[in-house]
Design a protein around this ligand. Structure first.
Ligand SMILES: [Zn+2]
Length: 374
C-alpha cells in the first residue's frame, strides 16, 4: 500500500503505512503553523483490504471539536464523493474503509482543484456577458481572477461575490459553479432581469495559493485573509489588498462572502451587526435576504448560526464587517457545513458539491428580492 499527496490540494504526512490495518497519518500545518485541518490523500494498492487510517494529530487542529459527528469523504473517480465510516476520540480521527479498486482518495470535503477553477473561468468566458481581469499575481504565481458580469451602467447596483478566502472551504467554489451557471443561463428570466439592474463582480477563488498548497485557512505567507480587511498588506495579503482596491473603484451595494464552517451542521448567514454604521435599514436588507433564501432553499435556515455581535463590537478585520462599514451596504458571510444539514440530511453524501451548487443558484432569488432595498 502507498499513500500519495503529491497533487493539487493534497495534504497528509504519512508516518507509517506498513500495516494497512493501522496506517499512521498526520495533517500538515498551513504555512505559519497557526492552522491545520484540511486533509486530502490517495491510497494506492489496497484493493479489498480492510484499511484503518489514524490521523493522530486530529486533536491539535484549528477546530478539534469539529471532528465529532463528522464523516470523511472518499472517491474513486474524483467526481462522486461519498461519506465513509469515521470516528474520533478527541485526539485521533479514524477512517475505516475497504477500497474496492486500486486507487481511492479521501478528503475533509469534496476537493476543488485549481484545474477545475481554470475550467470554470474558461467556461464562463464563453458568455458574451462576462469579462475577466487579473487583480494581481499571487505570491505563488497564480492569477487572482475577477469576473465582471453584465454591462456597467449608471444606476445599476454593484454586487460583489467572493469565495474561498479560506482555501480548505472548497464548498465555496462548488457554490460558485451553481451561482455562475444560473446567472449566465439565458433561459433563466430572473437572471436576465437581475443583469438588467445589476453588475456582478465575482472572485470565485480568493486564495489560489492556499488551495493548491492544501491549506485550511491561510495564504502562501501564512495570512488568514479574512482577518486582513482593515489593513491588508500589498506584500503579504495582496489578494485582499487588490480586491479591496477594486471595490473602492466600483463601489459596493451588496457583498456576499462565501465560506464553510467546520463545526456547525447548518447553512446560515452571518451579517454585519455590531459595526458602527449598523442601522434598521441594513437589518431589513439582511432579514429579507435570509428569509427569501430560506423559503426557496430548505437546506438554508435562519435559526442556528454565530452569536450576533453586540453594538460596536464587530470585528472590522473581516470582509463582511469592513465592506458593510466602509461602503455602507448589505454585506454577508454565507457559511455551509463540512458535515451535513440536520433538518434536510442526505447520509450517503452529507453536504455535497451538488447541494452547494443548488444553494448557489438559489441565492439569485434572494438577490432579486432584496434588490428594491439596495
Ligand atoms: Zn471561512
Amino acid at each position: 500500500m502507498h499513500i500519495n499527496q503529491r497533487f493539487d490540494g493534497g495534504n497528509i504526512v504519512c508516518l507509517d503505512a506498513s500495516d494497512p490495518s493501522a496506517v499512521q497519518l498526520q495533517i500538515r500545518s498551513d504555512v505559519g503553523d497557526e492552522h491545520k485541518q484540511w486533509f486530502y490523500f490517495q491510497v494506492l494498492d489496497a484493493r479489498d483490504q480492510a484499511c484503518r487510517f489514524d490521523i493522530t494529530n486530529a486533536g491539535e487542529v484549528s477546530y478539534p471539536n469539529a471532528f465529532h459527528d463528522y464523516q470523511a469523504v472518499a472517491s474513486y473517480d474524483r467526481e462522486f464523493w461519498f461519506r465513509v465510516p469515521t470516528r474520533y476520540d478527541g485526539q485521533t480521527l479514524t477512517i475505516e474503509h475497504s477500497p474496492e479498486t486500486d486507487s481511492i482518495y479521501y478528503a475533509y470535503f469534496a476537493p476543488y482543484s485549481f484545474e477545475r477553477h481554470q475550467q470554470l473561468i474558461a467556461a464562463t468566458l464563453v458568455s458574451p456577458r462576462v469579462q475577466a481581469d487579473t487583480l494581481c499575481i499571487t505570491p505563488d504565481g497564480h492569477p487572482l481572477t475577477r469576473l465582471t458580469i453584465g454591462e456597467p451602467a449608471s444606476g445599476k447596483k454593484v454586487c460583489w461575490v467572493i469565495g474561498r478566502q479560506h482555501p480548505g472551504e472548497t464548498m465555496a467554489e462548488w457554490w460558485m459553479e451553481g451561482f455562475l451557471e444560473r446567472l449566465l443561463d439565458e433561459q433563466d428570466s430572473l437572471s436576465r432581469q437581475l443583469l438588467e439592474h445589476c453588475v456582478f463582480h465575482v472572485v470565485p477563488n480568493m486564495n489560489p495559493d492556499g488551495s493548491v498548497r492544501g491549506h485550511l485557512r491561510c495564504n502562501a505567507h501564512g495570512r488568514n485573509l479574512n482577518r486582513e480587511w482593515l489593513e491588508p498588506s500589498k506584500a503579504f495579503s495582496p489578494e485582499v489588498y487588490f480586491v479591496r482596491e477594486a471595490m473602492a473603484k466600483t463601489g459596493v451595494d451588496l457583498c456576499l462572502d462565501v465560506h464553510g464552517d467546520e463545526e456547525l451542521p447548518y447553512n446560515f448567514i452571518a451579517g454585519a451587526e455590531g459595526i458602527p454604521a449598523w442601522n434598521t435599514h441594513m437589518a431589513e436588507q439582511l432579514n429579507t435576504f435570509k428569509s427569501v433564501l430560506q423559503t426557496v432553499c430548505p437546506d438554508f435556515q435562519t435559526e442556528a448560526g454565530y452569536p450576533v455581535a453586540e453594538p460596536g463590537k464587530a470585528n472590522l478585520t473581516l470582509c463582511t464587517a469592513y465592506v458593510a462599514e466602509h461602503h455602507q451596504c448589505l454585506a454577508m458571510t454565507l457559511e455551509m457545513p463540512f458535515k451535513d444539514t440536520t433538518t434536510t440530511p442526505m447520509p450517503t453524501t452529507g453536504w455535497s458539491p451538488d447541494r452547494c451548487q443548488r444553494l448557489g443558484a438559489a441565492n439569485l432569488d434572494a438577490m432579486w428580492q432584496v434588490l428594491p432595498l439596495l
